[in-house]
Write a protein that binds this ligand. Structure first.
Ligand code: ADP
Ligand code: GLC
Length: 499
């Protein structure tokens, strides 16, 4: 009997994941978290994904044993770089992720932040630093690679890896397909025109249909133009970036490539962010034992110098302090917020004028408002657990992770209806809707202080209605924000690209 030939098994994806940040070694925001958790989730489903990261001191010191696997000394004007292979433990996950680290001391061996110096100014050689990351990523993705392992798909993240698709486009030999993932369109990596020569791209790339952007060169535009496919970190943001309002000057290019854009919502690392096991909390808790949360509130009030008061609603915020995150609105409504009455705690760092204004705000309202300027992973966990509600009045938000962390910690978020916040929070409207739609937070639309304050008032009213609040907490805590669904979507995308 004739049998139909079996379907050929799709070749397992083999992916090079190029990233400038990975938690816990180098993190300034959500990209660090995603670069740790997504590859780990992909490996658990059989995808052979490996990271490529710059060898900042925190990476080389923290990654453990490394092995030299290649040297690149043919990339003028870059000094010779050594490629080291290592295995990265991310969070409290059992599996390790293979990683390639670029050891180039002249470009990466310096104290502080990956992108800026101690005064907050961009490192002057950022084009070379991330040009090198992109270029080595492109070499490893082609038949020019010195390694036996070759990816079939190269997954680029943000502008820092945006030149990789451009280098690959100009490579004549065999090469991987490219995916450019936008985590934040506000950062584009724009440099003077002579950067094209300095990064070794052919002059032919410097055109409107290429890397040119208003007379300069844009790393992110390069990625968006040359990549085979584009993804961003939520479906709503995928639509928003095609509009002038949130396209940051690239909406035309993005709209023209709309059939090559997909929005895949981020997940969270549910091992790392779990109130039932979190070592940063004085007492662990679950949806069944939410009372344990009170110990975190007490610890947070004590640590931050707020009045000890178990019954007052306590609002928290943790983020980069930039115009994106809406701190201008928080500054405006803070006096009315504490009159509700309520308390406010903020952790973040970023733009100096906003940092100073927030510090002054806390000085004006001791015991009611507390602000910690800096980056403090442990305190960020305590705020997620100890606050009653979490503030995210973002002007735009590609995905946002903290609103998911807060729902998981029984801390209903107050979010603006933008980007991934729309896709991950369900607004509370009426008590009846609580049961019908699984409401888990509060949403407002207008980017105004009055709208934010209105949402905060709604939250405070709900907070004082204990059955309603308990249900809001339970709805958020029982939502599944794990990576499996989204990792599966990336896996499908890789399979379609490498075929
Ligand atoms: P973004 O990537 O725009 O900064 P996300 O919400 O996606 O926003 O992710 C921010 C991540 O960075 C979260 O894990 C958040 O807790 C963390 N984070 C931001 N600022 C700080 C800080 N000052 N201290 C500790 N963690 C921070
Ligand atoms: C960005 C975005 C944030 C997103 C994160 C991870 O920095 O601002 O919304 O969650 O990247 O994708």
């Amino acid at each position: 009997m004739n049998q139909a030939p079996p379907h050929p098994r799709p070749r397992a994806p083999r992916v090079l994941f190029i990233t400038p940040e990975v938690h816990p070694l180098a993190k300034t925001g959500g990209l660090g978290d995603v670069s740790a958790a997504l590859p780990a989730a992909l490996r658990e489903m059989g995808v052979d994904v490996r990271l490529l990261i710059p060898g900042y001191p925190s990476v080389l010191d923290g990654i453990g044993h490394t092995r030299r696997v290649a040297a690149f000394d043919t990339l003028p004007p870059f000094p010779p770089s050594i490629l080291r292979s290592a295995r990265l433990s991310t969070g409290r996950r059992p599996m390790e992720t293979p990683a390639y680290v670029i050891d180039c001391p002249v470009l990466y061996q310096r104290a502080g932040d990956p992108y800026v110096d101690a005064e907050g100014r961009d490192w002057p050689d950022n084009a070379l630093r991330f040009g090198l990351l992109s270029r080595i990523g492109a070499i490893l993705s082609s038949d020019a690679s010195p390694l036996a392992w070759r990816p079939r798909v190269t997954h680029c993240n943000d502008w820092q890896s945006g030149l990789a698709p451009a280098y690959l486009d100009f490579h004549a030999g065999r090469k991987a397909a490219t995916l450019m993932v936008i985590h934040n369109l506000a950062f584009q990596g724009i440099f003077p025109a002579d950067t094209v020569a300095a990064t070794g791209l052919p002059p032919a790339s410097f055109r409107m249909d290429g890397v040119e952007y208003h007379g300069g060169m844009s790393f992110l535009k390069a990625g968006l133009y040359y990549a085979d496919h584009i993804a961003t970190v939520s479906p709503t943001y995928a639509r928003e970036i095609q509009t002038p309002a949130l396209g940051f000057g690239l909406h035309g290019l993005l709209a023209a490539r709309r059939d090559r854009i997909i929005g895949i919502v981020n997940g969270i690392d549910t091992n790392e962010w779990n109130p039932a096991t979190d070592p940063a909390l004085p007492q662990r808790y679950t949806a069944a034992t939410p009372e344990g949360k009170a110990a975190s509130k007490q610890a947070l009030q004590r640590t931050m110098g707020l009045h000890a008061d178990p019954g007052i609603p306590l609002f928290g915020a943790v983020s980069r302090i930039t115009p994106q995150k809406g701190y201008d609105l928080i500054l405006e409504i803070a006096p009315q917020l504490i009159d509700l009455p309520a308390q406010l705690v903020i952790l973040g760092s970023g733009a100096t004028p906003l940092e100073q204004a927030l510090t002054q705000l806390a000085r004006n309202h001791p015991g009611r408002i507390a602000v910690r300027i800096g980056f403090d992973e442990r305190l960020s966990h305590l705020i997620e657990a100890g606050a009653d509600s979490f503030l995210m009045p973002s002007r735009f938000e590609p995905c946002g992770l903290n609103q998911m962390y807060s729902q998981r910690y029984g801390t209903p978020p107050i979010v603006r209806a933008t980007g991934g916040l729309v896709d991950t929070v369900t607004d509370y409207s009426t008590p009846a809707a609580l049961f019908a739609n699984g409401a888990s937070g509060f949403m407002f639309t207008e980017m105004t202080a009055a709208s934010l304050l209105d949402a905060i008032r709604r939250a405070v009213a709900a907070y004082h209605d204990r059955p309603v609040w308990r249900r809001l907490m339970a709805n958020g805590m029982s939502r599944d924000f794990g990576w499996h669904g989204s990792a599966r979507a990336y896996r499908e995308l890789y399979l379609s690209l490498q075929s």
